[in-house]
Design a protein around this ligand. Structure first.
Ligand SMILES: [Zn+2]
Length: 448
């Protein structure tokens, strides 16, 4: 979902340690790998606030839980920042039934897309038009689309090593497909789940809601369901589909960014932000997306405190609200780091910086090579910290993880705590902590 609120740390410190920087990095990894603190915190977050979509009681509980976690730590301040969030409700479990005179009836595994409108309590029945792309749909035009359920069935391209590439090559169908189909007169849209898996879980995700236009019910179908429907359409092009969902939007709700700070002594007005988003899709525990990123961000602080890395400023917060208020407070944002690519073995960092800053950050790679991290590449950071770029000419980065398994569970009910490996979680925390530690000792960024 578009980030509704999130959790961030900001830190600054400039006390130089007496020992070599590699020794500090090694101590951070050693501390993290022996710990089960973050793993246990994630277990509690996942099992007590399952389905913590923005605006839900579970989300409020997650805010409270992470705030309490930070209050129990030795931080300079912990507080909440009010954020207004969309308040979309899924309603009753969705239904999709293929109805064919030739093949009989068959249930498909579906889930409403975030911000989708409902079908009404009766549901709807319509013939199905399968397309592979938005372009194909536009070319077919209104005459072919009117009155139909448009079925977007282009699968994620599996060729890419980095599964995020495959994902971004297919996700336009989910984000823009229903809206495009609605403009051409479709009655509903069904989108193949944007996943590299071939299982029977449907994967949700946000779809564009047109406040001034026509909106139609929009659902995702599992990859197995998509294959079944596509095959059925070949045998019986006249089949129809019954869809029912009761999702709807309530007025925006109040939620909060959860912020923890360790205040620097030497440069207390310079801030480093680290965080993840605390909300999750309502169909899952949100273990990888993004409970893991939240507990990693919090656990960094524990490590800094335990290793006596002093004089930080740390603070946790989120999204546009965070960026806007940071700007208003005339703080200097120095660097921001986000963890939101699943809790898998870290491979490096995707660095959103130019010129000297980029080179300086890439030059940190040798510190991490012993830990299997080799990707220090120029690229995007993360959607939650990006709004800070509206105000600050700052460097940002995202933790890069091994992406092979992420889209098996991204936005699906399969994103559960049991899929988390303690060592992978802790390696990610250590990577983030070590990166922030090293960045704090870089002069290049400070000159900005
Ligand atoms: Zn996420």
């Amino acid at each position: 979902m578009q980030r509704l609120y999130f959790l961030t740390l900001i830190l600054i410190w400039l006390a130089k340690p007496a020992f070599s920087q590699q020794a500090v990095v090694d101590a951070i990894f050693s501390n993290a790998l022996k710990s089960d603190v973050a793993y246990e915190q994630l277990r509690i977050l996942c099992t007590t606030t399952e389905g913590r979509i923005a605006g839900s009681p579970q989300a409020a509980a997650a805010v409270e839980y992470t705030k309490q976690l930070m209050e129990q730590m030795d931080l300079d301040s912990v507080y909440l920042q009010k954020v207004m969030v969309p308040n979309w409700k899924r309603g009753e479990p969705e239904q999709a039934r293929l109805i064919s005179r030739v093949l009989g009836n068959q249930e498909l595994s579906v889930t409403a897309l975030g911000l989708s409108v409902g079908t009404g309590p009766q549901g709807l029945i319509a013939p199905v038009l399968e397309v592979q792309s938005l372009e194909e749909l536009e070319q077919l035009g209104e005459a072919a689309v009117k009155g139909k359920i448009v079925f977007f069935n282009r699968a994620v391209n599996q060729d890419h090593y980095n599964t995020f590439q495959g994902y971004s090559g297919a996700v336009d169908q989910r984000v823009m497909g229903p809206l495009t189909a609605a403009r051409l007169g479709a009655v509903a849209a069904l989108v193949r789940s944007v996943t590299t898996a071939s299982h029977d879980y449907p994967h949700t995700g946000v779809t564009r809601f047109d406040a001034d236009g026509r909106n139609i019910p929009a659902l995702a179908v599992s990859p197995k369901g998509a294959d079944l429907l596509s095959q059925a359409l070949k045998t019986d092009p006249d089949l129809s589909l019954y869809l029912r969902n009761t999702s709807h939007q309530l007025p925006d709700a109040v939620s909060y960014n959860v912020i923890g700070e360790i205040r620097g002594t030497d440069f207390p007005d310079q801030i480093i932000t680290v965080g993840g988003h605390i909300d999750a899709w309502d169909n899952s525990q949100g273990a990888h997306d993004n409970g893991g990123g939240c507990v990693q961000s919090i656990d960094m602080l524990r490590i800094f405190r335990e290793l006596n890395i002093q004089d930080e400023e740390i603070r946790q917060t989120g999204g546009n609200t965070y960026a806007d208020s940071a700007n208003a407070a005339s703080e200097k944002h120095y660097f921001a780091l986000e963890s939101d690519r699943g809790v898998f073995t870290p491979r490096g960092f995707s660095i959103d910086a130019e010129g000297e800053q980029l080179e300086a950050l890439q030059a940190l790679k040798p510190y991490f090579e012993a830990y299997g991290m080799h990707e220090f590449v120029k690229g995007g950071s993360g959607v939650d910290i990006r709004p800070l770029k509206n105000y600050y000419n700052m460097a940002q980065a995202g933790l890069v993880t091994d992406s092979q398994r992420y889209f098996d569970l991204h936005h699906a009910a399969s994103d559960t705590f049991e899929k988390i490996n303690r060592r992978e979680l802790n390696l990610g925390t250590a990577a983030m902590a070590a990166f922030i530690y090293l960045i704090d000792h870089l002069d290049t960024l400070g000159e900005e």
